[in-house]
Write a new protein. Structure first.
Ligand code: SF4
Length: 304
């Protein structure tokens, strides 16, 4: 299983089976808050980075295991829409299952009509838009030099009008960088014209690419939420029932989770359906074998 991971507990999608369409770490942005670290290949060039056949074969195998999956989610090692075969991947998954399909995208390439068309069969698309100002875009998202924020906004807006599924817009706010009242008010005006079901406000809760990317407090987020209006919600912590996992697969499953993103003990515990005390034994062993590292961020320990 190279490109499929989880199901992992997600703060907004329940148990999410991740589909990674991109080699680590290929993206059109290099966000200061990225939980995957710095971008290695900053590009806007689409390619068949991973074959559609490989993805559908892996999905088929996972579906046969009968685990609880609330969403199949395109995310992972970078920007999923950079894979030129994403449309075929979506169609194949739709033939295999009726589980809803979500795409997490940084939205930067939605100005291209072809990419907007490629996503039409999805059920939910979550583009990001952290700022509406070019200067701040360059500070927080460090984009590919060809990307201009006006074009990104136009792309997300067009997609939101054309798409029949749900669009949730994610805004990641970083302390002292894109959190000024002036910037948030400007963003609120721009976002108002888009056809969105939700606006999801997020902050730096996992270890970021740059140490200077700091989180906002709950109170700061509440103030921003008021400006952004009724559709806006602060992404809540994940709380769901656990699910069963095969014990012989525990070590392999933990390694597969920590390889993709930093996770807490609780995340691992929810995903594998095992008690935290049991998980501790595995991660201790993996730490001793130098396969897992830990770090503390905002008072919480993460495993990578
Ligand atoms: S946060 Fe997402 S968009 Fe930003 S660099 Fe990381 S993968 Fe790319």
């Amino acid at each position: 299983m190279g490109q499929i991971f989880g199901p992992v507990p997600s703060r907004r999608l329940g148990f999410s089976l991740g589909v990674d369409t991109i080699p680590f770490k290929t993206c059109s942005l290099n966000c200061i808050y990225c939980q995957l670290g710095r971008t290695i290949n900053k590009t806007i060039q689409r390619k068949e980075y991973i074959a559609a056949d490989d993805i559908s074969r892996e999905i088929e195998e996972v579906l046969r295991e009968g685990k609880r999956i609330d969403y199949i989610t395109f995310s992972g090692s970078g920007e999923p829409t950079l894979n030129s075969e994403i449309r075929r991947m979506i169609s194949r998954i739709k033939e295999l299952t009726s589980i809803p399909l979500a795409i997490l995208t940084n939205g930067t390439l939605l100005y291209r009509p072809r990419i907007r068309e490629d996503l039409m069969e999805a059920d939910l698309v979550i583009p990001s838009l952290d700022t509406v100002t070019q200067e701040i875009f360059e500070m927080v998202n460090r984009p590919h030099p060809s990307l201009k924020i006006e074009k990104v906004i136009t792309g997300i807006d067009s997609f939101s009008q054309e798409f029949n599924g749900k669009v949730w817009l994610e805004i990641m706010v970083v302390k002292g960088i894109n959190d000024s009242l002036e910037e948030i008010e400007k963003a609120a005006q721009v976002i108002k014209q888009m056809n969105l079901e939700k606006i999801q406000l997020n902050t730096v809760v996992r270890p970021p690419a740059e140490e200077f990317a700091r989180p906002l407090t709950r109170e700061d987020l509440n103030n921003i939420k008021t400006v952004l209006g009724k559709k806006c919600e602060i992404i809540a912590e994940f709380k769901r029932a656990t699910q069963k996992a095969y014990k012989r697969d525990v070590e392999k499953s933990i390694l597969s989770m920590v390889k993709r993103r930093p996770v807490t003990l609780v995340d691992i515990s929810h995903s594998l359906g095992l008690h935290r005390n049991e998980i501790i034994k595995y991660v201790e062993t993996l730490e001793k074998k130098h396969q897992v590292k830990t770090e503390v961020h905002s008072g919480e320990r993460y495993y990578r």
